[in-house]
Design a protein around this ligand. Sequence first.
Ligand code: THU
Length: 132
Amino acid sequence: MDYKNLIKLAKEAQKKAYAPYSNFLVGAAVMTKSGKTYTGCNIECASYGATNCAERTAIFNAVSQGDRDIKAIAVVGDIDNYTFPCGICRQVIIEYGNDIEIIVAKTEDDYKIFTIKKLLPYSFSPKDLEEK
Ligand code: THU
């Protein structure tokens, strides 16, 4: 799968980041199994804990539009290195499937792909609630 376009969308979304406190701008783009895409940026808050990461903004954008069948999410950060999803975002990502691909990108040509189950091993997820 070529994720260049998804990375490009994440980079576009990054421009909308509202990060006056950290100045760390992040963009994300979700692709669902239907091929649709949804973007998001980080949105900070004077009450710091209320900050929403780019990944969750993009996922909530998809879910709130009724599209929960997530295939992949691309993330672009503000450093010359790959930006990985934080722990809270990993938990939110695995809610929608163990095999979701996470593309951490420096550029459209320089990226790495990991499945969420690789980034969040031994997780608690919806399947655990089904076992009860
Ligand atoms: N941030 C994200 O949006 N995604 C990540 O993967 C890492 C961190 C945001 C949260 C906060 O607005 C800023 O980056 C610094 O932590």
